[in-house]
Design a protein around this ligand. Sequence first.
Ligand SMILES: *Cc1c(COP(=O)(O)O)cnc(C)c1O
Length: 218
Amino acid sequence: MSIAENIAAIKAKLPGNVRLVAVSKTKPVELLQEAYDSGQRIFGENKALEMRDKHTVLPTDIEWHFIGHLQSNKIKYIAPFVSLIHSVDSLELLKAIDKEAAKNNRVIPCLLQVYIANEDTKYGLDDAELFALLDTLQTQPLANIALYGLMGMATFTDDKAQVQKEFGHLAALFNKVKAGCNLPEFTELSMGMSGDYKEAISEGSTLIRIGSDIFGHR
Ligand SMILES: *Cc1c(COP(=O)(O)O)cnc(C)c1O
């Protein structure tokens, strides 16, 4: 199947409130252009320089979502144009993003990445760290950051019940934050990849991040 057919097949299965992030990391710009030509407008990348270089040559109405581990010294490459950073996992990083956003005279939308998997290889805040960070923000808000929601990655396993449980946990955290904090833009729940997006959607995902089901295996 072509990239256009892959995208169409995924989109046909999405409820109206769920958006597709086409994860194009490591893929050449020709393939992103092919996805763009079929109507795809949101692309996900996990390296700052790679995203900056692709942004430079591709159409300007693309929404660029950063989904990888972000180092503070690389924020400057994406701060002028990034639409959403999914992977903020510390207050220090959030402060550094705020600083670069201010230099660019803009507000950068961010998601907080929460560690929900049963593995120790993934980045993210644990539940206590999440609430501690939100507490700190209540007393010292960052003017150039907008908190749009949460992101998480489930355990890489065939055990669908386990995956479902982890996404359910993230959804519960999302609802708790939404109810308890005065964050008007807190509306996005980024969960679900090629192998587990159906479970993620059933637990309330609003952004699925799909790479291999669109572009083939990396
Ligand atoms: C690579 C990646 C994806 C996409 O994974 P696929 O299994 O190829 O769909 C989603 N989210 C993050 C954070 C990634 O790094």
